[in-house]
Design a protein around this ligand. Structure first.
Ligand SMILES: NC(=O)c1ccc[n+]([C@@H]2O[C@H](COP(=O)([O-])OP(=O)(O)OC[C@H]3O[C@@H](n4cnc5c(N)ncnc54)[C@H](OP(=O)(O)O)[C@@H]3O)[C@@H](O)[C@H]2O)c1
Length: 234
């Protein structure tokens, strides 16, 4: 048994387009607990990546802080303290400040920012107790320029950037790291309907970058915003 297989991860957004590739990659090495909202999505994920003794599902909506906390406590009871949080969950909607409805604004803040807060807050006691571990969040490379037309998305992902940096600072007295990946457009099935693969970031590259940040080699990288983008294009 490798050291990794004794380490447990909480993965949010594991049922999404990126999530499938990340869960496939990480469940080969780590014990993975995927937080899902719908049984159907969880079923589809296990069919896609294959059932494994290292892959487990827990049903909770990230908007429900108590449910997230209960799930994390359940992991501890089954596998001991968590090693890491891989927070992939997020949402996307277009719309300028003028066009964005309050409902859309609130949905984006919940899926991109509040969900990260509930997940990070739930795992922190276990990571602090172990004094070692990883928090990895997923932002967007488009956010840096604060473009118009994506108001709720840009503001919520910018908030996620700040949250990740704040928690990295709060963890400076531990061996727990926190980093955010700033992703370009991904080669997910919906994106591949509109763009060619060369214009998109391969999902396996993102999964490999996450695996690197989880590894012992990355133990001294914290508070970083790391672009994972399409290269070789102007
Ligand atoms: N796709 C891109 O080109 C792109 C580019 C830059 C950054 N990103 C970021 O990369 C991440 C993954 O993207 P993706 O394309 O894989 O997205 P996706 O296919 O839409 O998947 C989003 C995932 O987040 C989950 N989720 C959303 N809100 C949740 C909540 N309140 N509670 C629990 N789970 C929740 C969804 O669960 P359900 O299955 O229940 O809906 C789904 O598993 C996101 O954070 C996204 O913003 C994506």
């Amino acid at each position: 048994m490798t050291e990794q297989s004794n380490r447990s991860l909480l993965i949010t957004g594991g049922t999404g387009g990126l999530g499938t590739a990340v869960v496939r990659r990480l469940s080969a090495e780590y014990t993975c607990y995927v937080l899902y909202r719908s049984e159907q999505a969880w079923q589809a994920l296990t069919e896609e990546v294959g059932a494994s003794q290292r892959l487990h599902g827990l049903k909770a909506d990230l908007a429900d802080a108590d449910a997230v906390r209960r799930s994390v406590e359940q992991i501890r009871a089954t596998s001991g303290p968590l090693y890491g949080l891989v927070h992939l969950a997020g949402g996307f909607e277009m719309g300028s400040v003028q066009e964005t409805t309050l409902e859309s604004w609130n949905n984006l803040l919940t899926s991109n920012l509040t969900g990260a807060f509930t997940a990070i807050q739930a795992v922190l006691p276990q990571l602090r107790e172990q004094n070692t571990g990883r928090i990895i969040t997923i932002g967007s490379s488009t956010v840096a320029g604060r473009p118009g037309g994506l108001a709720g998305y840009v503001v919520s992902k910018a908030g996620l950037n700040a949250l990740t940096e704040v928690v990295a600072n709060e963890l400076k007295d531990t061996r727990v790291t926190a980093n955010i990946l700033l992703l370009g457009s991904l080669a997910t099935p919906p994106m591949l309907q509109h763009m060619s693969g060369e214009q998109l970031v391969p999902l396996e590259r993102v999964a490999d970058t996450i695996a690197f940040l989880l590894s012992d080699t990355a133990a001294n990288i914290s508070g970083a915003s790391i672009p994972v983008i399409v290269t070789g294009q102007s």
